[in-house]
Ligand binder design. Structure first.
Ligand SMILES: CC(C)(COP(=O)(O)OP(=O)(O)OC[C@H]1O[C@@H](n2cnc3c(N)ncnc32)[C@H](O)[C@@H]1OP(=O)(O)O)[C@@H](O)C(=O)NCCC(=O)NCCS
Length: 186
């Protein structure tokens, strides 16, 4: 999707370098993600391939530079959970609160709907107030808090589960083992 100066498009192999740069900042400097060790470009490319075997992954680009990304992934590997997906969304730390996250989220939700997903879940660390506010603004509601779920940067971290029902249907259209999205990454 192209609008004015920006476009939101499917991820490509060549994006891995820039995406891991955006993501590694949050591994290194924050508890927004609970990974402890920065990833290499190769490791990140493997993640892109793994996720996009089944789910959509979008990047936000302005004048040829990527400033954010969002993807859906398995919430749980048990097959009957296929109607629920887990959201990851990251915006370059220098460009937060400029509407990039919202644009990305709106597009990834549309793709989730087209897959037949019913529910999107997001796990947010409790210190990440920005993300909690963002998710609420996108229509998510808080489900529960798991206190001291993780330990990073020398402190205990709680994790809040948030959910958004993207469609409420009695019998989901998704009747396969897996979402049918196949995002061939080139
Ligand atoms: C969370 C994140 C993806 C949001 O993206 P963003 O581009 O910064 O957010 P947007 O500008 O699209 O904000 C959309 C709405 O969310 C809410 N919001 C966003 N940042 C907020 C903040 N710092 N304080 C309060 N509300 C905020 C507002 O309602 C905002 O709308 P408004 O600006 O019109 O008031 C981004 O800040 C980010 O990458 N954070 C670090 C990584 C992270 O925490 N990822 C999520 C892991 S669970």
């Amino acid at each position: 999707m192209r609008k004015g100066d920006y476009m939101i498009r499917r991820v490509k192999n060549e994006d891995a370098k820039r995406l891991v740069e955006i993501y590694n900042y949050y591994i290194r400097e924050t508890e927004a993600t609970l990974e402890l060790k920065e990833l290499t470009e190769k490791e990140y490319l493997e993640r892109i391939h793994q996720v996009t075997s089944f789910y959509p992954w979008l990047v936000y680009e302005e004048k040829g530079v990527i400033y954010g990304f969002a993807y859906l992934d398995k919430f749980n590997t048990r097959k009957a959970y296929a109607t629920t997906a887990d959201l990851s969304i990251y915006v370059d730390h220098t460009l937060k609160r400029k509407g990039i996250g919202k644009r990305l989220y709106q597009e990834i939700e549309k793709l989730g709907l087209s897959l037949g997903l019913c529910k999107i879940i997001s796990l947010v660390t409790t210190s990440n107030r920005t993300s909690i506010s963002f998710h609420k603004a996108m229509g998510f509601t808080k489900l529960c808090l798991i206190k001291n779920a993780a330990y990073k940067h020398g402190k205990w971290v709680g994790v809040t589960f948030l959910e958004k029902n993207v469609q409420s249907i009695v019998t989901p259209s998704l009747n396969k083992d897996e979402p049918s999205y196949r995002n061939k990454v080139e």
